[in-house]
Each structure stands twice: as structure tokens, then as C-alpha cells.
Design a protein. Structure first.
Length: 428
């Protein structure tokens, strides 16, 4: 296998830059630059020199033996001073060494998967951890990266293997009387795993929203202060405001962090009978985005809620232009009246939804769980059909195991790998 190298820290000027080298020639490459090497997993300060003997930089050198590195291979890390010139000089020296080549995007992590250091779910968790913008995203990604999903899969799989073994026993000893009827235990194992899968499936939607972000739509009639409120929440002039109705023609999005949750606020066009074709498009988009949003904030005045889009339980309703109107439920983006209470209510509502989040975070996970559930349902039906249906029950149990195996990358995931690793940076 090739020995690869790349800058593992961010590009640009920094106090420290980290260059990672992995593969069978990693230690030789480090020795060519640093001379005498420290013991594995022990840091050593060394002067790095080029092939001509000229100093490149003073760096901290770390070695990792095979089986103890991120990739599972022999690896070396060079911690340099983070000037662009220093980084370029060291990378140039590495590229000139025989048997070394620059790493491709995500190649270090792919090698970790291939060597068994990570499973596929942990790889996805690492990708999400690198992209995490909020505290909730960080916690969720770290949980997956730490192997929480893999441990759950192992537990489910172990019970289904036990169930399959019991069913197989009825096939192997079909001509003999087994001392115990295994059907009750098999059905119990199937039902227990099925219940846990159902619980996970119910929380996948919330987990996806934590990863991708919740959407909160601000809706109401024209000229109710929706854009002014959005600007106040964003802390900048994200939307054009005017005393003239119908100023907002398209959906304006602002990304925020509310209570550690990623939230996109949507300022929508005022809902009314449109005055022209362009406004009509904006009103239609507003209705569609409001219908699909995770939460809606209605700004109402004496006209009430917009026709055809009434608040439902869970929506938040506020009286518009609270600087002019009284009441505890009024709000004003102009003066800030009621904004703090609104933020608190929105955060509480979204945190309640996020509280039921599953360990699984992706549509791929949901589909795998669905396949496993379908197989378990059929397996339970076949087990209850008696000993003559044992072969069919065993096959359904194997099908359920294969669906669970796909969650952690044991089977049927090769077509996903290129897409997953394309999202990684070069040094990861």
C-alpha cells in the first residue's frame, strides 16, 4: 500500500501546523527529515532538514506503530511552525521521497475503516463532528463517532444470532424431539429487538434535524413586522423592511444557534391575494416553506391569521407590532419587546423535539432499520407457523442481520464510500 501524506490542520497562517504521514514508509520518511527518531507514542523535538542538509524547521515528531495509529498503519506526525512557507517546504521534501504520494480527500479515514479502526457509522460520526457548528451537533456527532451506534448494532445482532441458532437447531434435528420448545424464546428475542428498533426509528427524524438544522418560519399577513423581527433576531439587516406591504417577495433564511441547536429562521412573504405574478410566486413559496417548517411563529394583527394557514397545536402566536399594541403576547422587532420571551419559547419547543433524538442520524440508517423491521416481522410470522416454516424463519433472521450489518459497513455499502469520503478534507 502506498505511503500517503497531507497537511492535517487548517490551511493558512497559524501557530502550529500538523502534517500526517501514514503507510509502510512513514517512519523512513520521518527519519529522512528528522534523523534520529523518538520512541513510538513519545514526542521528540527535532530539526527537520531537506535532502541538501539545509534546515527546514524545528518540529515535534510523533510516531505511531501499526495498530496504534488513527489509520491502523505505521504513522508519523510532524508538528511544525504554521507559516505557509514552512508547510510548503516540508510537503515538497515529502513529495520528493520515493514511495510517498499526497493523500486524497478522506483517505486517512478510509484506511481507518479498511483496517477496522472505525466502522462506517463512526466514519459518518467523524464527518458530522468535523462539520458541527452547535453544541447539540457536537454532542450527537461525538456519540456516534465514539461507537454508540456500533454497540447497539452488536447487541441487536447478538440476540438475532441467538434466535437464528435456535431456529437452525429445529432444522438440524428435525427428525428428533427437541427437549424444549424454542419458539417462545425466539419470538421473545424478535419482539425485544423489534421494539428497540421501533424506538430508534421514531427518533431518527429528530436526530436528522439536529444534524441538518431545524427550520422556523415567521408567517403572517403583509406588513406585520416579520422582516423587522428577523433582522432583530439576526442582529443585522438580513431582510429589506418598508412600510409598504409586500416588500418581501422570496423566502429569506438566517442561520442561528438557539440553545445549542442549529436553527434556520425563515422570513416569508406576507400571505394575501397577490398583486402581481412575482408576488404570487413569493406567496406560494411562503405557504410551502411554512407547511414544511418544524415550527411556525405567527405574527397576527386585527386581521387574525392568514386565510388557509391557521395555527395548529405547537405553533407560537404573537400579536404583531408590540410597540403599538399592548398585551403580554405582543412582540416588536423594532423595540425588542417580547423578543427574549419568543426566543425562549422557540428554544424550549425545539429542545423538546430534539430530546427524542436517536443514535441514528441519516436517511441511510432509517432505511436499514426499516429493512430489519420488515425481516423481523416476517421472521416472527414464520416462527409461529411451526417447525415446517423454520427454514423461512432462519432466512428472515439472516436478512435482518444483514440489514443491521449495513449500518456499520459490514455489507452492501461499497457504493456509499466514495460519496461519504468526498466530504472529508485532504488531511483527514
Amino acid at each position: 500500500m502506498d505511503t500517503i501524506f497531507a497537511l492535517a490542520s487548517a490551511r493558512g497562517k497559524a501557530g502550529v501546523a500538523v502534517i500526517r504521514v501514514s503507510g509502510p514508509l512513514a517512519w523512513e520518511a520521518a527519519r529522512a527529515l528528522a534523523g534520529d527518531l523518538p520512541k513510538p507514542r513519545t514526542a521528540g523535538l527535532r530539526m527537520l532538514r531537506g535532502r541538501d542538509g539545509e534546515p527546514l524547521d524545528q518540529a515535534v515528531v510523533l510516531l505511531f506503530a501499526a495498530g496504534h495509529s488513527f489509520t491502523g498503519e505505521e504513522a508519523a506526525e510532524l508538528q511544525l511552525h504554521g507559516s505557509p512557507a514552512t508547510i510548503v517546504a516540508v510537503l515538497r521534501e515529502l513529495s520528493g521521497q520515493h514511495g510517498l504520494r499526497p493523500a486524497e480527500a478522506g483517505e486517512f479515514t478510509r484506511r481507518a475503516l479498511e483496517s477496522g479502526r472505525l466502522d462506517l457509522a463512526e466514519v459518518e460520526g467523524l464527518a458530522d463532528l468535523l462539520e458541527a457548528e452547535t453544541e447539540a451537533q457536537r454532542k450527537q456527532a461525538l456519540r456516534v463517532f465514539s461507537g454508540a451506534l456500533g454497540r447497539k448494532v452488536e447487541g441487536w445482532r447478538a440476540r438475532l444470532i441467538r434466535a437464528a441458532a435456535l431456529v437452525e437447531a429445529t432444522i438440524d434435528f428435525a427428525d428428533e424431539d427437541l427437549p424444549v420448545d424454542v419458539a417462545p424464546e425466539v419470538v421473545g428475542l424478535i419482539d425485544a429487538v423489534g421494539t428497540e428498533l421501533e424506538h430508534e426509528a421514531c427518533g431518527i427524524g429528530a436526530a436528522e434535524r439536529i444534524r441538518d438544522g431545524f427550520e422556523v418560519a415567521i408567517v403572517g399577513h403583509p406588513n406585520t413586522g416579520k422582516s423587522t423581527l428577523l433582522n432583530h433576531l439576526a442582529g443585522r439587516e438580513a431582510a429589506i423592511t418598508s412600510e409598504h406591504a409586500g416588500t418581501t417577495r422570496d423566502v429569506i433564511e438566517v442561520r442561528m444557534d438557539l440553545g445549542g441547536l442549529p436553527v434556520t429562521l425563515l422570513d416569508t412573504a406576507g400571505l394575501r391575494a397577490a398583486a402581481d405574478a412575482v408576488e404570487a410566486i413569493g406567496v406560494q413559496r411562503a405557504r410551502e416553506r411554512a407547511a414544511a417548517a418544524d415550527l411556525r411563529v405567527f405574527l397576527v394583527d386585527e386581521r387574525g391569521a392568514p386565510e388557509g394557514l391557521e395555527p395548529v397545536p405547537g405553533d407560537i402566536v404573537r400579536t404583531a407590532k408590540g410597540d403599538l399594541a399592548g398585551g403580554q403576547a405582543s412582540i416588536s422587532g423594532l423595540t425588542g419587546k417580547g423578543v427574549k420571551a419568543l426566543i425562549s419559547d422557540v428554544t424550549d419547543a425545539l429542545q423538546r423535539r430534539a430530546g427524542g433524538a436517536a443514535t441514528m442520524t441519516r436517511e441511510r440508517h432509517r432505511l436499514a432499520v426499516l429493512r430489519a423491521q420488515e425481516a423481523l416481522e416476517m421472521a416472527g410470522f414464520e416462527v409461529k407457523g411451526g417447525a415446517e416454516r423454520a427454514e423461512f424463519a432462519a432466512e428472515e433472521l439472516r436478512r435482518a442481520c444483514r440489514a443491521l450489518d449495513s449500518l456499520v459497513g459490514r455489507v452492501d455499502v461499497e457504493d456509499l464510500l466514495d460519496e461519504i469520503f468526498a466530504s472529508f478534507c485532504i488531511g483527514k
